[in-house]
Design a protein. Structure first.
Length: 85
């Protein structure tokens, strides 16, 4: 799961053009939105598309369940891991 978390962090940085940021600067358990990394709904849409392309999983920020999966890198890694089998 650690390698998947690292991949997700790299994907977040690349997708959102967070220049100068490294995967080590993104806390695995920290919230991605609000007080955490500070992402917004547009970022969620971009990440949803990137995760679909990279991992073949569909994430919709519309549903409450998906919002829980989008909470942190850790929750995203768990979700992707389960979806991939």
């Amino acid at each position: 799961m650690d390698s998947l978390s690292h991949e997700i962090k790299e994907l977040i940085i690349t997708t959102l053009n967070l220049e100068g940021m490294t995967p080590d600067e993104i806390e695995t358990e920290a919230p991605l939105f609000g007080d955490g990394l500070g992402l917004d709904s547009i970022d969620a849409l971009e990440l949803g598309l990137a995760f679909k392309k990279q991992y073949g999983v569909t994430l919709s920020a519309e549903s409450q369940e998906m919002r829980q999966h989008f909470y942190s890198v850790e929750s995203l890694a768990r979700f992707i891991s389960v979806q991939r089998g």
